[in-house]
Design a protein around this ligand. Structure first.
Ligand code: URA
Length: 264
């Protein structure tokens, strides 16, 4: 059995002109209860005649001009270099349109702690908690980081500045991809220049990749390196230490090395 479609202001004989959505749905249900199984019109339609009248498709449009691919790293260099203060850098990063991670993130996680502190910690990327709060290292790894720093007399309220290579959380906390790291590198370098620390701590492989263009944290850790004309101490990431508590002994030795350098 067929019935007349009743979507929106469709009309049946005798039906009022201003049928609302609810009334239309009631009538549709009523017709279904009566046994209607398909939607047909009140009058037959000759589809063959219709197809004869169908306008021919327009000749295909001229080939679209494809814009040359953006060089995201060059754009990042320009945007970072133009920022002359940390708030300006934060704005430049938040406005940077070429990193897809931005689309899936709630917040642009820029930094925490004291700009101008002697020690600057550079982590990898925000996780779920950081993305929610808009601050780096606030989850479980961040709590361990705070304890590690406190053990050598450092804390965010007074004498440490903290950021990440990536300001946006990667989906499902996956590792950042090389092109993502490459386009964030100019921002990280500018961030260091504007924050003016004396010592950098590179937390984990992603940070070593961004700062030193090297990976292999288990080999790199514990030995001073150099980036942005500053000493860099590569350390195993606190998230790794949570999973591998036996590695804490070496991390402790790296912290003592940092303390000694600060006291020298
Ligand atoms: N891991 C990081 O590297 N950074 C954060 O902010 C949180 C977890």
């Amino acid at each position: 059995m067929g019935f007349s479609p009743l979507i929106g202001r469709a009309r049946l004989p005798g039906m009022s002109d201003d049928l609302d959505w609810y009334a239309a749905r009631d009538m549709l249900e009523w017709q279904v209860e009566l046994g209607a199984t398909e939607a047909i019109g009140d009058v037959p339609v000759d589809r063959y005649a219709l197809s004869a009248q169908t306008p021919k498709p327009a000749p295909s449009a001229p080939a679209r001009v494809v814009a040359p691919e953006t060089d995201a790293v060059a754009e990042a260099r320009k945007a970072a270099a133009a920022a002359t203060s940390l708030p300006a850098l934060r704005d430049a990063l938040a406005a940077f349109p070429h990193c897809e991670l931005k689309k899936g993130a709630r917040n642009c996680v820029f930094s925490d702690g004291q700009a101008g502190a002697r020690v600057m910690v550079i982590g990898e990327a925000p996780g779920r908690d950081e993305d929610r709060e808009g601050r780096p290292f606030v989850g479980a790894a961040g709590q361990l980081l705070d304890k590690m720093l406190a053990a050598i007399g450092l804390n965010r309220a007074e004498n440490v500045y903290i950021t990440n290579v990536l300001p946006w959380r990667p989906p499902s906390n996956r590792d950042p991809k090389p092109p993502e790291i490459a386009m964030m590198r100019p921002f990280v370098m500018r961030h260091i220049a504007l924050a003016e620390p004396e010592i950098l701590i590179a937390m984990g492989n992603i940070s070593c990749d961004a700062l030193l263009e090297r990976r292999g944290i288990l080999k790199l850790r514990g030995t001073w390196a150099e980036a942005a004309e500053l000493p860099v101490m590569p350390m195993t990431h606190p998230a790794y230490l949570l999973r591998t508590p036996e590695a804490k002994r070496e991390a402790w030795s790296d912290l003592l090395e940092i303390r000694a350098r600060l006291d020298a």
